[in-house]
Design a binder for this molecule. Sequence first.
Ligand code: AMP
Length: 416
Amino acid sequence: MKSIDTYKFEGKKAIIRVDFNVPLDENFVVTDATRIKMAIPTIKKVLAEGGSAILMSHLGRPKGVTAKFSLKHIIYKIEELLGAKIKFADDCQTADKQAQELKPGEVLLLENLRFYAEEEGKPRLAEDATETEKAAAKVAVKTNQKEFVKKLASYADCYINDAFGTAHRAHASTALIADYFPADKMFGYIMLNEIKAVDNVMRNSEKPFTAIVGGSKVSTKITIIENLLDKVDNLILGGGMTFTFIAAEGGKIGSSICETEMFDVAKTIVKKAKEKGVKIFLAEDSVVADKFAPDANTKIVDSDKIEDGWQGLDIGPKAIAQFADVIANSKTVLWNGPAGVFEMEAFSAGSKAIAKAIADATTNNGAFSLIGGGDSVACINQFGYADKVCYISTGGGAMLECLEGKVLPGIAAIQK
Ligand code: AMP
């Protein structure tokens, strides 16, 4: 495996899988260009070394060629952020000539990969397709996928994967294509930074290591929690899942969100944590509301003494103080999932306090802090602490799978 920092790009064509799946408004204006902005250093590195770049990405979830999902809409934004004009191939499978004619320093953007079913390798079927048709389509798309990948690979001398957001998918452009470049495949800077950040918490964490796992349900976080039990010293559980744990031990949780079918799982987690010497922290008190609404009546009560008709929507002040203290004394902090319904001002104090505690631990205690997962990323941005933590992951689903301990196909394809 080569490194983007030492690879000789001079005179070489690099095909780069980027994640340009950016949001567009009804006039096709890019409303958040973060993903494009973040990929620029990798592209510039190739160009600065005398190479040329062929960019490939998906946009949205088209079911075939769909004008709305054309990557031509974002050309203006790439040019603006790159500070140079780029070329466009309006079909990712017939770009041979444009790729061949690409000169050092030039950039060619391929049209949306997902205009072809072969990118994901999943057949697109009519709803009334018979079982026989389904089986035949499955075989066909897998067969055609080989040609699809081969064509993309034929455009370039080397392959760079810099799309962390799709690294958990074994798609043509994220994994299969790597086989065509056994000695000329590498990660771009986004991928390198994400991998390093995950390594810092999951393999090389400095102790004490505290993970804060929140969100609405235990069921969606169970694999992450189980994986973390082998690594952390402290596990702070927040958000709606708190109440499944409390109810499982016989606490009164009123009408708080609860997964009764997860009681055994919750009990097992607590038992395993004890065996492994991991301290579990559950909110001692909660902000409860008489309805799930921003203008609900609220009060603060012990989390295991919530009256009927009331539901816990945020952690209370005692919990905030305790959690902040644990975080302040940590050397590694991982945050996934909010402590409450942070989207409503009345129930955002807990998540805001956690964001601040993580920022303080980073600044004052030299802790390594990783914010991984969609809603915690939204929290850290919303509360203004984005530049005060060590790393904010760019990939929702991909980061979740890393925290679950899975090896992502996009990473494995480069490393194998
Ligand atoms: P998840 O997608 O599982 O990470 O959950 C994130 C969602 O959990 C956010 O939209 C929060 O509003 C929600 N959430 C957090 N705490 C609670 C709670 N106590 N009750 C209901 N929903 C919650």
